[in-house]
Each structure stands twice: as C-alpha cells, then as structure tokens.
Design a protein around this ligand. Structure first.
Ligand SMILES: [Cu+2]
Length: 113
C-alpha cells in the first residue's frame, strides 16, 4: 500500500466521522405551540397543561376586544386584542389569567413536570 492510498483511507475515515456527526439526528424539540381560542366570552380551553418553552397563542374570535391580564386590566400581558388579533406568549411558569375587560373570563396555564 503506498503512502497516497493510506492518506486517502485516513481522509475517508475522517470524512465519514464528520458526516456522521453532522447528520446525527438532534434530539427533537419537545416545545409545543398551543392555541387558545377566545370565543363567546370564554377561553377555550380555559385550562391548559404546558411545559416551559412551549408557546401559547390566543386568538380572539369574538367581535369585541379582549386581553390577557394577570388580575386587572392594568396588569395586561397582551395589548387589547381586537377581533382576529392574536397574542403569543412563551411559557416560563404557571399562569392564572383573566380578561381585563371581562374579569369573569378566567384561564389557567398549568405547568406540567
Ligand atoms: Cu374579554
């Protein structure tokens, strides 16, 4: 075996390793994109199990504005959502929320372990 073929075998082996590292499947992201529909003055679902890193998108399908607030309209997480508007939130903790316009509208994001 000459020097040249030894080098080409070594290079081939290195290339095979590099390719296998590059194409090895990364662990799939488990983050989920949830959707909560606001309809008929209700959050649907009004309780949702979520994990840190998930995103939640609220979409207002009512004809009146709503928002996502902690306990008063002044503590709104979202801007006022007009009909058709959406609000995207990245989950980092459990969250009990209301609509600041209509405080009887309640919802929960429940962090699952
Ligand atoms: Cu509302």
């Amino acid at each position: 075996m000459n020097k040249r073929s030894i080098i080409s075998i070594i290079l081939g082996a290195i290339l095979a390793v590099v390719v296998s590292i590059a194409t090895s499947t990364e662990p799939e992201s488990t983050a989920i994109n949830h959707q909560i529909v606001i309809s008929g003055f209700q959050f649907e679902p009004n309780e949702l199990k979520v994990s840190v890193g998930d995103t939640v998108t609220w979409v207002n399908k009512d004809i009146v504005p709503h928002n996502i607030a902690i306990d008063t309209k002044q503590k709104a997480l979202s801007s006022d959502l007009q009909s058709g508007d959406t609000f995207v939130y990245k989950v980092n903790k459990s969250l009990a929320y209301i609509c600041g316009f209509h405080p009887s509208m309640k919802g929960k994001l429940i962090l699952s372990q």
